[in-house]
Design a binder for this molecule. Structure first.
Ligand code: ZN
Length: 439
């Protein structure tokens, strides 16, 4: 008797061809077999007819607690400097716990089974991820200057956080997460990178994100942000270099030579009008990852939408009508993101021996009909409404549309209350947030 059997689904393994009328057998959190009419008895059977099964989507860059800034970062103000920093200084640890859980629940509902988060109060983020049961990499954001939370205590907490969470929960992996080159110092970056090497952890940092960062690093070192990080010795295969939207050809060559993972956030890049040369980097051998970034810039955490934005964004900057086909976009957000986050061989494809992180989507909805080419139709059309079951490590976290591990209405209620009290505190302190007035 195995734990779970999905019967007669159209399975998109990402490695190998699509498999119609295929069963997926899951036991002990692991995919144990794939095939037609598998001879297993199971404690739970999911009818997969008119359903598509894909590997869980992986979001390679989030700040989940920034759900607080959803919808308020438009207009003339800088999302980072004018909105986020004004709001974030009023966030407490309790707020982060509620806001991150809200963001993670949104991810799960959209078919994302793994997130890579970067935020202050990482202890609370990690606990919220464990509460929900989603797979997560979590790093404590470190700033030395400029932002809402700075100082030696932040560096100490980032290092202590990794020690506390290493091996504590099989689904939560700690990382090192300096904010950016201009908001930290060279010695801090080197200390965090050394800790990443010591713990075999990822080093997750924003790179060449804004003109202000580029100018600050030029004033400090005479170098570009990419060259500065390379000179410090912190640009390597364990480095996730998020954005890189302000780079020249020399920077691009440095990114390639370092083996680092540039991270492309298609919606945010599109909205800000500066798009990472992601397809070019991939063609030249870089392991580029895909993520949503935060609700202060996106304004959601929807990886299905991000697949379409990724295709459109790269076609626009390359003036191509054929770059990145839908199947490649799906493989990018699953197999390739898993590889980029150090999870290759565990998740990202559907094959025996892999951990069971899976999404079952309906193909019988108006939006998915007709479903003549299932992968193209799924990537270009599917949304949250098609996501029926979400399975993480063999555990059904969304079952026929119902969230099983937390009380969904309570999470939404608490998240909204947290956002309202943070914004109220920010407005009382004089933050200028267009469209929002003190109640
Ligand atoms: Zn970010």
């Amino acid at each position: 008797m195995i734990d779970l059997l999905i019967r007669q689904a159209l399975v998109v393994p990402v490695v190998g061809p699509v498999r119609p009328a295929c069963d997926v057998a899951i036991d002990g959190g692991v995919i144990v077999a794939l095939g037609s009419e598998l001879p297993f008895a199971a404690r739970r059977v999911i009818d997969g007819r008119e359903r598509i099964v894909i590997p869980g989507l992986i979001n390679a860059h989030t700040h989940l607690a920034l759900t607080v800034c959803r919808g308020i970062s438009h207009g003339e103000l800088s999302a980072l400097y004018d909105v986020m920093w004004a709001v974030e200084q009023h966030i407490t640890a309790e707020d982060v716990a509620d806001l991150a859980l809200l963001g993670a629940l949104e991810c799960l509902r959209g078919g994302t089974t793994c997130v890579n988060d970067h935020y202050f109060f990482a202890e609370q983020v990690a606990r919220s991820m464990a509460t929900l049961g989603i797979r997560a990499l979590v790093g404590h954001t470190v700033m030395a200057s400029g932002g809402p939370w700075v100082g030696d205590g932040e560096l100490a907490e980032a290092l202590a956080f990794v020690t506390r969470w290493r091996g504590r929960d099989p689904l939560v992996t700690p990382t090192l997460a300096p904010h950016a080159a201009d908001t930290t110092t060279g010695p801090w970056l080197q200390a965090l990178y050394a800790a990443a090497e010591q713990h075999d952890a990822l080093f997750h940092i924003h790179v060449a994100q804004t003109d202000r960062e580029v100018a600050a690093i030029a004033a400090r070192s005479g170098l570009s942000p990419v060259a500065y990080l390379a000179e410090l010795g912190v640009l390597g295969p364990r480095t996730l270099a998020v954005h890189c939207t302000r780079i020249d050809d020399a920077d691009l060559a440095l990114l390639l030579a370092s083996g680092c993972v540039p991270v492309y956030c298609p919606t945010v890049h599109g909205l800000r009008g500066r798009v990472l040369r992601a397809a070019e980097l991939r063609e030249r051998g870089a392991r580029v990852a895909l993520g949503t970034d935060c609700a202060a810039g996106n304004d959601d955490y929807d990886m299905l939408e991000e697949l379409r934005q990724a295709i459109a964004g790269q076609r626009i900057i390359r003036r191509s009508a054929s770059l990145i086909q839908p199947a490649e976009a799906l493989a990018w957000a699953t197999r390739d993101n898993a590889q980029a986050l150090g999870l290759a061989g565990q998740v990202g494809v559907i094959a025996p021996g892999m951990r069971a992180d899976l999404v079952v989507l309906r193909s019988d909805t108006p939006r998915m009909t007709p479903c003549l080419d299932p992968v193209n139709t799924l990537v270009m059309c599917a949304g949250e409404r098609e996501v029926e079951h979400v399975i993480v490590d063999g555990r059904i976290l969304i079952d026929a549309g119902v969230v099983t591990s937390v009380d969904e209405r309570a999470v939404v209620r608490r998240g909204r209350a947290a956002a309202e009290r943070v914004i109220e505190r920010a407005l009382r302190a004089g933050a200028s947030l267009p469209g929002l007035a003190r109640s």
